[in-house]
Design a protein around this ligand. Structure first.
Ligand SMILES: Cc1ncc(COP(=O)(O)O)c(C=O)c1O
Length: 399
């Protein structure tokens, strides 16, 4: 990467535009979420950074035309997805296996849970978990089987023996979160292969939410569930998105990848039956620009995020040793172990909000395993992160 270009990107992460009064949830809903406006918001999972210039330019170019009528999926859009997976992950996906689902990843998981299971069927989710994945199961009258992740000195790992023991003849689906939100764990190919074998043995389908796939630490590579050999895994759907990678959450979209012909037909039929228009003009333009021209931006972003994470880790070690950052390999989310402070979450949240004036995500919202934990989103400028950490330190020092 050209040094000048790289330096200008890093500068842009250091000095992002203000998001205040842009109708963004993270900043403009602070009063609603935390009861006060003067909060440094490090909660909801989007970034404070502008999307890559190529994405902005492509959108601006199309916007200036002025007519935004019905559209269709172009060859360029479809190929940008296939090429992204091939170039970045050496995963050769057939165009035939793709289903574009602009309503977003959560909407896709919801649609798949309804399609692949019946009321009262059991669905496994590994906890702690991104809340909507559990809510979808409960809201659709399916039975949630919580498979607890195990905390070790090296971060979280799966307890696959326990998972297999939790399976019954009612267990029909596993919703995988890979990389994992909130822990930031990037699952190894070996772990995924072992999980796949168990699911194959018990005929449990897998829906794999891989929205954070592109945001691994430099040097760490994500393995897509559906990239495992087809004969060694159950019928499964991998969901990818540009939402997190390029900070496009306001342009909801997702791409489903399914190489099981029968299942794919079923999904396609469900999508067709719903009569929802799945061709979204600006989503297509942003996705194509991001996947075909956003690669250098993304790699630079990953460096910046990694440095933020390293900064966060050493700040906590040096200044707030009772809050521990757990080892992780991806996402811009830090899962903070605050148990050594010996306070219940409600009291900790009160301190974070009213004394530190920092908005974190309460671990209790992530289900079992969230007690004593808070999630911090470090996808912001380093100076803002530093300010937030110093405010937390001052508040904790007073305890
Ligand atoms: C694991 C995971 N899945 C899905 C989503 C949301 O996806 P979407 O906005 O496309 O529904 C998030 C957002 O934080 C997430 O972390």
């Amino acid at each position: 990467m050209n040094k000048e270009f790289r330096d200008s990107l890093l500068r842009s992460f250091d000095e992002p535009p203000s998001r205040i009064k842009t109708d963004c949830v993270k900043w403009d809903k602070r009063l609603h979420k935390f009861g006060r406006e003067d909060i440094i918001p490090l909660w909801v999972a989007d970034m404070d950074f502008a999307a890559p210039a190529a994405v902005r330019e492509a959108l601006q170019h199309r916007l200036s035309h002025g007519i935004y009528g019905y559209t269709f999926r172009t060859r360029g859009y479809i190929e940008s997805v296939v090429n992204w997976l091939s170039r970045r992950y050496q995963w050769k996906v057939s165009v035939r296996d793709l289903i574009f689902y602009p309503p977003g990843t959560v909407a896709a998981v919801n649609m798949l849970v309804n399609l692949l299971t019946q009321p009262e069927d059991e669905v496994i989710v590994q906890v702690p978990s991104y809340p909507p994945l559990m809510n979808i199961v409960r809201n659709n009258n399916r039975r949630l089987i919580e498979n607890p992740l195990v905390l070790t000195d090296n971060g979280y790992k799966m307890d696959l023996e326990l998972l297999e023991s939790q399976v019954s003849d009612k267990t029909k689906l596993l919703i995988l979160c890979s990389p994992h939100n909130p822990t930031g764990r990037v699952w190894s190919k070996e772990t995924l292969a072992e999980l796949a074998r168990i699911c194959l043995r018990h005929n449990i389908k897998v829906v794999s939410d891989e929205i954070h796939a592109d945001l691994t630490r430099p040097g760490i590579k994500h393995c897509h569930f559906n990239a495992l050999p087809q004969s060694e895994r159950p019928s499964s759907v991998t969901i990818i998105s540009t939402c997190k990678s390029f900070n496009l959450a306001g342009l909801p979209q997702s791409t489903l990848i399914c190489d099981d012909q029968n299942l794919r037909k079923k999904i396609q039929q469900q999508v067709d039956n719903s009569q929802v228009n799945l061709d979204s003009l600006f989503v297509a333009i942003a996705t194509e620009a991001a996947y075909s021209q956003g690669e250098e931006w993304l790699d630079c972003l990953r460096e910046y995020l990694y440095e933020n994470r390293t900064y966060l880790e050493s700040f906590l070690k040096d200044n707030i040793p009772k809050i521990r950052l757990l080892p992780a390999q991806g996402t811009y989310l830090a899962w903070l172990d605050c148990r050594a402070l010996g306070l219940p979450n409600a009291q900790l949240q009160d301190i974070f909000i009213h004394q530190a004036k920092v908005g974190l995500y309460d671990g209790l919202d992530f289900g079992r395993g969230g007690e004593g934990f808070f999630r911090l989103n470090f996808a912001c400028s380093r100076s803002l992160l530093d300010k937030a950490l110093n405010q937390i330190k001052t508040a904790i020092d007073k305890l």
